[in-house]
Ligand binder design. Structure first.
Ligand SMILES: Cc1cc2nc3c(=O)[nH]c(=O)nc-3n(C[C@H](O)[C@H](O)[C@H](O)COP(=O)(O)OP(=O)(O)OC[C@H]3O[C@@H](n4cnc5c(N)ncnc54)[C@H](O)[C@@H]3O)c2cc1C
Length: 482
């Protein structure tokens, strides 16, 4: 059993930035399922948005709302844009290197859906540059301990019972929790969180108690056959929210990327074939090598057309032809893509490559307020795990790194409002022993010694089954709302 002030589950950009923004006298434990470098934050290619100048607030807002089909939470978007410049300044101070022009000024680029140049980038590895820098700064902190290959299996909720499935419980008015709306959930705050049950690399279980817990567990791509995400990102934060009756939002809003490299190996993460390849003139073909679609229609429509064609042809992919792009331009613009294809057996300068749509991003998640607090006290959610409504129905390119960082800082600031847990008052699952000591004046002093009872780990004995149930819970919820 361990105890800390703040437990952060996940070491992507949101988890790391949250840790950096907490006071240095807080004892922080961060856990991650894999190595720190194995998070989607390291994969981000294009860049990170920032309000370009004082006249860019409304245009940035409009682009974000338009991409999100106007289903975004305006207040959240305002917070994201309003804090964007400060966030970039923080990153620069930590040592992040963004591309600059010949005068040394920050160089802004533009992507689909943006009416203006407002994206900062570091080559085509922006995520790696940002996240590795944040990681380097966190490693310098004496108050932060990082545990790799350590998985959150469950949260410890108010009654000390981990893994209580509240979906079969009823609220006082009689509503079945499983049927309650998000609003009803919020009216019935679902208790308090006191940390998490973890599974260590050697397979043993342990408990980390914490005054506050932050879920920064990333997206849901690992639940899909084809996804650009790391395979170990399986929506664990959302699954536990569903098990414990914590409010979720827009869980059916999953972004699919139409063109990723097709691999027969189910273990492989899908590699993005950037939209700009099609922008430069690449064409899509069916099994007879005939064009079947306008390649520049919006992502969702193109995905539907590719899937329809695959079903018609009875194939697992369609073909993308990059030979339509002048060779010198192809080589200069897309060296990484060409290299990846070559490593995987295709010379894209001479032949077509197999393409399939893949899950890419999760707009929905654990419902949070503007301070990243969930409907459970002492429990926060940040990054792709959380849904604060910034993205609405569809994420605008390069908004997710920014959103992850801004709202991780909101969480770090807000969670300080909680008093440290009073171990005597707050814990039912705790054994209290009375101990008598004599002080220096010979007076007898009565001290309470608290011993935590170990949660019942037997419910996780069949860990494969527990995980499968979690995966099913999330997928059912995504499909139920679709
Ligand atoms: C290929 C690709 C390109 C992208 N390009 C861009 C871009 O150009 N611009 C942009 O803004 N966004 C981009 N994105 C999206 C962006 O990278 C992510 O949305 C963002 O990095 C998410 O950060 P995060 O901290 O929420 O999660 P992640 O970085 O995914 O980190 C999740 C962490 O949670 C841990 N974890 C998960 N479950 C558990 C558990 N049960 N117990 C313990 N630890 C757990 C993982 O090990 C990991 O450390 C891209 C994404 C991909 C996949």
């Amino acid at each position: 059993m361990r105890k800390c002030d703040v437990l952060i589950v996940g070491t992507g950009c949101s988890g790391l930035y949250c840790a950096l923004n907490l006071p240095r006298d807080k004892k922080i434990i961060m856990i991650t399922k894999a190595k720190v470098e194995e998070s989607d934050s390291y994969l981000a290619q294009g860049g990170i948005c920032v309000q370009h100048d004082e006249n860019d607030f409304e245009p940035f807002m409009e682009d974000t709302l338009k991409a999100g089909h106007y289903e975004n939470t305006r207040e959240s978007v305002e917070i994201m844009i309003g804090h964007s410049r400060d966030t970039i300044n923080d990153l620069l101070e930590y040592g992040v290197r963004f591309c600059r022009d010949k005068n040394g000024e920050l160089k802004y680029t533009r992507e689909g859906g943006h009416g203006k140049h407002r994206i900062l980038h570091h080559k085509d590895i922006t995520g790696e540059e940002i996240t590795s820098t944040l990681y380097a700064r966190v490693k310098e902190l004496a108050n932060v301990e990082i545990m790799e290959y350590t998985t959150m299996v469950d949260i410890i909720a108010r009654d000390g019972e981990a893994g209580v499935d509240i979906r079969s419980k009823r609220f006082p008015e009689g509503t079945l929790a499983a049927k309650a709306s998000a609003k009803e959930f919020l009216q019935h705050k679902t208790g308090e969180c006191f940390g998490a049950v973890i599974r260590k690399e050697d397979g043993s279980f342990d408990t980390i108690y914490a005054d506050c817990t932050v879920l920064a567990t990333g997206g849901v791509g690992g639940l899909y056959r084809y996804s650009t995400n790391f395979r170990h990102l399986t929506g664990d934060g959302v699954a536990l929210a569903l098990r414990h009756g914590i409010a979720t939002k827009d869980v059916d809003y999953v972004q699919i990327h139409p063109t990723t490299f097709y691999s027969e190996n189910i273990e492989d993460r899908s590699f993005l074939i950037s939209e700009s390849v099609r922008g430069e003139g690449a064409k899509l073909y069916n099994k007879n090598m005939e064009r079947f679609v306008n390649e520049l229609i919006p992502r969702d429509k193109l995905t539907a057309a590719i899937r329809e064609q695959m079903a018609k042809d009875g194939t697992e992919h369609v073909w993308e032809d990059m030979r339509t792009i002048p060779l010198d331009e192809l080589v200069a613009h897309f060296p990484n893509i060409l290299e990846y294809c070559k490593d995987h057996g295709f010379d894209a300068t001479k032949e077509c490559i197999p393409i399939v749509p893949a899950q890419h991003y999760f707009m929905g998640g654990v419902k949070v307020d503007k301070n990243s607090q969930t409907s459970m006290d002492r429990l926060y959610a940040v990054g792709e795990t959380a849904c604060n409504g910034v993205h609405g129905k569809n994420r605008l390119a390069s908004n997710s790194l920014l959103e992850s960082l801004v709202f991780a800082k909101q969480a770090a600031n807000d969670l300080l409002k909680y008093e440290p847990l009073d171990m005597d008052e707050d814990f039912d699952g705790m054994e209290t022993k009375v101990k008598m000591q004599t002080d220096k004046d010979g007076q007898v002093v009565v001290t309470k010694v608290c011993t935590f009872l170990t949660p019942d780990y037997s419910k996780y004995d069949d860990i494969e089954k527990w995980n499968e149930e979690n995966h099913k819970l999330v997928l059912d919820e995504i499909n139920r709302r679709n």
